[in-house]
Design a protein around this ligand. Structure first.
Ligand SMILES: *Cc1c(COP(=O)(O)O)cnc(C)c1O
Length: 399
C-alpha cells in the first residue's frame, strides 16, 4: 500500500508509534516531491487574498515545521488528531508544563507528586507563592495521601511516572479514576517512558507532556518540550496561550527533533535491553547494596510496570554499599559513561543526584525522598552493552 492509498483513518491510527515516527511527513512535498519534509524558517506568511487570514500568518502562532512534529508526536501518543486533538511544541519541557498550568485559575488546586522533577517543583512553588494557583505536593503512591488530597477537589493532577531518581511507579489509571470522579484534569509527564513504552492517553489522561530534550530527540543537542491535548477544546486553549506568550519551539529545533524522533523506537528498545542487563549485573555485585529498576522482579512495582508500561525503560539507579566515599572512587574509575545531568540521549550517562540534579533539595528533603549520598543514576545509551558492563565492573572493583 502506498502512502496516498492509506486514506483510511483507522488504518493510520492502528500503526505503531515507531512507524508513525518514521513516516511523518514523508514524500508529501507538493512543490518538488522532496522525500524529507522541508524546514520552514520564515517568520511571516503572505496574505494571498485580501481579508483572508492564511493558516499561518506569523510564526509565534505556529509554523508548518512545528505542526509536522507536533502531529507526529500527538499521533504517537494516541491522540485523536483527526478529531481536533493535537500537540504544541514548546521551547523546553518546563515551558510545556507551564503552558498546561494555564488551565488553572487562582483558586484552583494543582496536585503534584512530592518527588517530581526538580524544575517542576521549583516552577509550581514559585507560581503558587505568587498566587497564580494553589498547589499541594503529595506522595501519589500512598492511598491515604491520595484520599486526603482528592477530598480537596483539585482542578489538575500532575503525574510523573517512573519517578526520578528512585523509579517509583504511580498507577495512572487509579489517578484518572479519582480525577474523573471530581471533575479534575490529568496531565502525565511521559518523559522517562516516551510513547513507545507508556500510553497515558489510553489510560484516560487529558494531557501528556514531554521534555523532548530527553528520549524524543535522543541526541542531546536540542532543548524542547511538547503538550499533547486530547480534545479540540483543550488543544485550542493551549494554542491560544502559546500564541499569547510565545512558549513555542523554534522551527529549526523542531526540524532537529523530528530527525531524532524518527529513530526513537529502535533507540529506546535497545537502551532498555542494555539497562536490564546493567541492572542484573549491578544487583549481583558485592559493592552494590540496592538497585532501583522496575524491570527487576524484586522492584515493589514490578506488577504495575507489567500492567501499565510496555517495558521497564532505560533508566535505573543504584546504591553503593560504601556510601559517598565509594561514589567518588567509582566515578573516577568509570570509563565510557559521562558524569553529567540529563538523560535519554544515545550516550550513556552516570549522575550523582545528591550533588547534581537534586542538589537544590537540601539534605533534609533528600533524606525524606530516600535519595542517599551513595545513590547513582544511570541513563543507558547505545554503546555496546558488553563494553558498558566491563566499564562498570572495573569501576566497582575500584571502590
Ligand atoms: C528534563 C525534564 C523536565 C524539564 O525539561 P527541560 O526540557 O529540561 O525544560 C521535565 N520533566 C522531566 C521528567 C524531565 O526529565
Amino acid at each position: 500500500m502506498t502512502e496516498k492509498d492509506r486514506k483510511n483513518r483507522k488504518d493510520r491510527e492502528a500503526l505503531t508509534p515507531a512507524t508513525k515516527a518514521a513516516r511523518a511527513g514523508i514524500a508529501q512535498d507538493p512543490v518538488f516531491g522532496a522525500v524529507m519534509p522541508p524546514l520552514y524558517q520564515s517568520t511571516n506568511y503572505e496574505f494571498r487574498q485580501y481579508g483572508v487570514v492564511p493558516r499561518y500568518d506569523y510564526a509565534r502562532g505556529g509554523n508548518p515545521t512545528n505542526t509536522l512534529v507536533a502531529e507526529a508526536i500527538a499521533a504517537m501518543e494516541g491522540a485523536d488528531v483527526a478529531g481536533g486533538a493535537g500537540a504544541i511544541m514548546t521551547a523546553s519541557g518546563m515551558a510545556a508544563l507551564d503552558l498546561v498550568f494555564n488551565v488553572l485559575d487562582k483558586d484552583d488546586l494543582l496536585l503534584a507528586p512530592h518527588d517530581c522533577y526538580g524544575g517542576t517543583y521549583r516552577l509550581i512553588r514559585a507560581k503558587r507563592d505568587k498566587g497564580h494557583y494553589k498547589a499541594d505536593f503529595i506522595d501519589q503512591t500512598s492511598k491515604s495521601a491520595l484520599d486526603a488530597a482528592f477530598a480537596k477537589k483539585p482542578k489538575l493532577v500532575l503525574v510523573e511516572t517512573p519517578s526520578n531518581p528512585l523509579m517509583r511507579l504511580t498507577d495512572i489509571a487509579d489517578i484518572v479514576a479519582r480525577a474523573k470522579a471530581c471533575g479534575a484534569l490529568v496531565v502525565v509527564d511521559n518523559t522517562f517512558m516516551s510513547p513507545i513504552l507508556q500510553s497515558p492517553i489510553a489510560l484516560g489522561a487529558d494531557f501528556v507532556v514531554h521534555s523532548t530534550t530527553k528520549y524524543m530527540n535522543g541526541h542531546s543537542d536540542v532543548v524542547g518540550g511538547c503538550v499533547v491535548s486530547t480534545t479540540a477544546e483543550l488543544q485550542e486553549h493551549m494554542r491560544w496561550w502559546c500564541n499569547c506568550i510565545g512558549y513555542n519551539a523554534a522551527a529549526h529545533e523542531s526540524h532537529m527533533l523530528l530527525r531524532g524522533v524518527r529513530t526513537l523506537g529502535v533507540r529506546i528498545m535497545h537502551q532498555q535491553k542494555s539497562a536490564q542487563k546493567i541492572a542484573a549485573f549491578l544487583q549481583g555485585h558485592d559493592a552494590v547494596s540496592h538497585v532501583y529498576y522496575p524491570g527487576l522482579e524484586t522492584h515493589p512495582d514490578y506488577a504495575l510496570m507489567q500492567r501499565q508500561q510496555k517495558g521497564p525503560g532505560a533508566m535505573l539507579s543504584f546504591e553503593l554499599a560504601g556510601g559517598e566515599q565509594a561514589v567518588e572512587a567509582f566515578v573516577k574509575a568509570l570509563d565510557i559513561f559521562t558524569l553529567a545531568e540529563s538523560l535519554g540521549g544515545f550516550e550513556s550517562l552516570v549522575c550523582h543526584p545528591a550533588t547534581m540534579t537534586h542538589r537544590a533539595m537540601g539534605p533534609e528533603a533528600l533524606a525524606e525522598a530516600g535519595v542517599s549520598r551513595g545513590l547513582l543514576r544511570i541513563s543507558a545509551g547505545l554503546e555496546d552493552v558488553d563494553d558498558l558492563l566491563q566499564a562498570l565492573g572495573i569501576a566497582l572493583d575500584a571502590v
